[in-house]
Design a binder for this molecule. Structure first.
Ligand SMILES: [Zn+2]
Length: 295
């Protein structure tokens, strides 16, 4: 917290940081006169001007900060909190600590979450674990198949590289098709895949890629229903269950209740942190980098 205030004492410091992320070497060719220039801040505006012709550039254009009336430092602080907690942070806490309204804090988090997707991540390696979980309904978050009457639950597929990265995706239905589609998108061919013995996973060794070639997955299953959680040493899904418990603790403890519409954003937030769990306080900078980037 002290470090945060030293590095980002005010809105100007935050603006300067965003500018440096977008134009890293400081000297950039002016889009109007073409001369290499260091742009200078224009008064109190969020603009910088070319030293030769006065042409303005706007570091916040196209970012989540652009149209916001919330001070830039408050945004940075919200991202700082998001990057430095393990379980997640509530809008209430930001409301308390910064004085913005609950609604503003909630909206900021929603927008920051849109930056956190690792949705294109490809998982590979000798061991990849896959499992589904369900969110919503009476029992908030649960791994394993829903019972009849739990059909309002939202299915989530989790894929975790053992000792590595993870993704979690909301899917419309748990069908063989949707599960295998997620596997095809996120797991590198030739990987060894561990699941429980749910029959929808049985197609994994037969999965085909472009041109009809077999994707060469090796598939091991664990029979959870018989309580054989860790039967033969390496055949387990402890990593993906670790991810589920992290999500469960987080959503249960911090967010209380999440609608289906926003669930993917929360999953992205948890996976973003999970995937950078060894990076310590660099998580905050990773979020800042994404926030400064313009599509
Ligand atoms: Zn110029």
């Amino acid at each position: 917290m002290r470090d945060f205030n030293i590095e980002f004492p005010d809105d100007a410091a935050c603006l300067e940081y965003v500018k440096e992320q977008r134009w890293p070497d400081g000297m950039v060719p002016c889009s109007r006169c073409g001369k290499k220039t260091k742009h200078y801040r224009v008064g109190n505006r969020t603009a910088y001007a070319c030293q030769f012709c006065g042409n303005h550039i706007y570091p916040l254009a196209g970012t989540i900060f652009e149209k916001s009336s919330t001070p830039l430092k408050t945004w940075f602080y919200a991202m700082y909190l998001m990057g430095s907690t393990r379980c997640g942070i509530s809008a209430k806490q930001v409301q308390r600590e910064t004085g913005v309204t609950y609604k503003t804090a909630w909206r900021m988090f929603k927008q920051i979450r849109t930056l956190l997707s690792d949705g294109d991540l490809q998982l590979e390696g000798p061991t990849v674990e896959i499992d589904e979980a369900y969110y919503g309904g009476t029992r908030k978050f649960k791994r394993g198949r829903p019972m009849r009457g739990d059909l309002k639950k939202t299915p989530i597929v989790g894929i975790v590289q053992r000792n590595g990265k993870a993704i979690a995706r909301v899917v419309d239905h748990v069908t063989s098709n949707s599960l295998l589609k997620t596997v095809r998108k996120h797991v590198v061919p030739g990987s060894v895949i561990y699941t429980d013995d749910f029959n929808l996973y049985h197609g994994i060794p037969h999965m085909k890629g472009p041109g009809g070639r077999n994707l060469q997955f090796t598939h091991y299953t664990i029979n959870h229903s018989l309580g054989k959680y860790v039967k033969k040493g390496h055949i387990h899904t402890n990593s993906v269950e670790g991810l589920w418990s992290l999500i469960k603790r987080g959503i249960g403890g911090v967010y209380h209740s999440v609608s289906r519409e926003y669930l993917q954003g929360y999953l992205d937030e948890y996976c973003f942190r999970y995937n950078r769990r060894h990076e310590g306080n660099r998580q905050f900078k990773a979020i800042l980098l994404r926030a400064s980037r313009v599509a």
